[in-house]
Design a protein around this ligand. Structure first.
Ligand code: C5P
Length: 291
C-alpha cells in the first residue's frame, strides 16, 4: 500500500507568548495560516517491521529521530496495528529551520496518510492529540487552514479563512534555535505584542490590508543574532509593496503578504536575486479529516 500526499507549510500571522507554564513550556497565542508551499510525503506499508524515513536532504535523520518516523510510531502504538514495514519518503520543498513548520507538517501528513491507509478513522481530535505528543505545531498541521492556536499550540479555534492572497518568503542563510529563543523570553519584558484580536476582526471583515498592518511576532525583539538581517528582509518586502511583513515562528524565514499575483511575482523575482532561499506561495485552506 502506497499513498503520496502534500504536507503544507504554515506561517504565523501573529505570534504572542502569554505566560510560562510550570513544565517550562510557554503558553502561546498565535494565528497560524497554511500556505501552498509543500513537501511531498510518500508512505509505503508492506508486511514486515520497522520504520524508515528517506528525504532528499542528506543531513536530515532517517531514523526514529525524524518527526515523520515518530508520527508513524505513535500511530501504530495507538491503533495496535502491527506487522508492517513502513517506508516514508519525503521530497523537501519547505526550507528547514525556517519557522514554516516543515518537520511538523511532515509528521501531521504521516498521521493523516496512515489513518486513510488503514481506514482507522481516528478523526481530527485524536490525530491532533497524537501529534501534540510529538511536537507543538503538529496539532495545527493536522487540518491547517486559518486557526488561533493557544496553550502549547494544541488549543485550536478555527477562524474565518484569510482572503486568498500571495505570500513571498525569504530565508536568510542562518537559523535560530527554537529552545534557545524560548529561553531568551522574559514575559514581563515583552515590549511589543501583535494585535491578535485585531487580526481576528480583520479576518471576519475580510480586510487583508488591516490584517497585514497588525501582524507581529514577539521573537523579533529578542533575536540573539541577525536582527539586522531580519529587519532588512522586512524592509525589502515592504519596499516591494508587501502589505505587511513579519518573521514566522522562531524564524529565520520572513514573509510578506501581497494582494495580487503580479506584485507578488515581481517581488519574488527581485528578492530572489538577493536571497537564495526565496519562495512564492499562496494561501491554502483547511484539509477535511474523515471521522
Ligand atoms: O514541541 P516542540 O518540540 O516543537 O518544541 C521545541 C522547544 O520549544 C521545546 O523544547 C521548548 O523549549 C520550546 N517550546 C516552548 N513552548 C511552546 C512550544 C515550544 O517553550 N509552547
Amino acid at each position: 500500500m502506497t499513498i503520496t500526499a502534500p504536507a503544507y507549510a504554515k506561517i504565523n500571522l501573529s505570534l504572542d507568548i502569554v505566560s510560562k507554564m510550570d513544565d517550562g513550556y510557554h503558553n502561546m497565542r498565535m494565528i497560524m495560516q497554511s500556505i501552498s508551499l509543500c513537501d511531498e510525503v510518500t508512505v509505503q506499508c508492506e508486511l514486515g517491521s520497522g520504520i524508515t524515513v528517506q528525504t532528499d536532504l542528506s543531513y536530515l535523520p532517517g531514523d526514529e529521530r525524524n518527526i515523520a518516523a515518530k508520527a508513524a510510531k505513535a500511530f501504530f502504538a495507538h491503533t495496535g496495528i502491527d506487522g508492517y514495514k513502513t517506508r516514508i519518503r519525503i521530497k523537501k520543498n519547505i526550507p528547514v529551520c525556517a519557522g514554516l513548520g516543515g518537520g511538523s507538517t511532515d509528521g501531521a501528513c504521516v498521521l493523516r496518510v496512515l489513518d486513510e491507509m488503514f481506514e482507522t478513522k481516528l478523526g481530527h481530535d485524536l490525530l491532533k492529540k497524537l501529534g501534540g505528543g510529538i511536537g507543538s505545531d503538529i496539532p495545527f498541521c493536522i487540518a491547517g487552514g486559518t486557526v488561533l492556536a493557544e496553550g502549547k499550540g494544541d488549543i485550536l479555534t478555527e477562524l474565518s479563512p484569510i482572503p486568498h492572497c500571495y505570500i513571498v518568503i525569504c530565508k536568510p542563510p542562518f537559523a535560530f534555535s527554537t529552545p534557545e529563543l524560548f529561553r531568551r523570553v522574559k514575559i514581563d519584558k515583552i515590549r511589543a505584542r501583535p494585535d491578535t484580536d485585531g487580526i481576528i476582526e480583520s479576518l471576519k471583515n475580510g480586510d487583508l490590508n488591516d490584517l497585514s498592518r497588525r501582524m507581529y511576532n514577539v521573537f523579533e525583539d529578542i533575536l540573539p543574532k541577525g536582527e539586522r538581517d531580519i529587519a532588512n528582509i522586512k524592509y525589502a518586502l515592504l519596499d516591494q509593496n508587501a502589505l505587511g511583513a513579519v518573521m514566522t515562528g522562531t524564524g529565520s524565514a520572513v514573509f510578506g503578504i501581497f494582494e495580487n499575483e503580479t506584485s507578488a511575482t515581481n517581488a519574488y523575482e527581485n528578492l530572489k536575486l538577493i536571497y537564495k532561499e526565496c519562495f512564492l506561495a499562496e494561501t491554502a485552506g483547511k484539509i477535511e479529516i474523515p471521522n
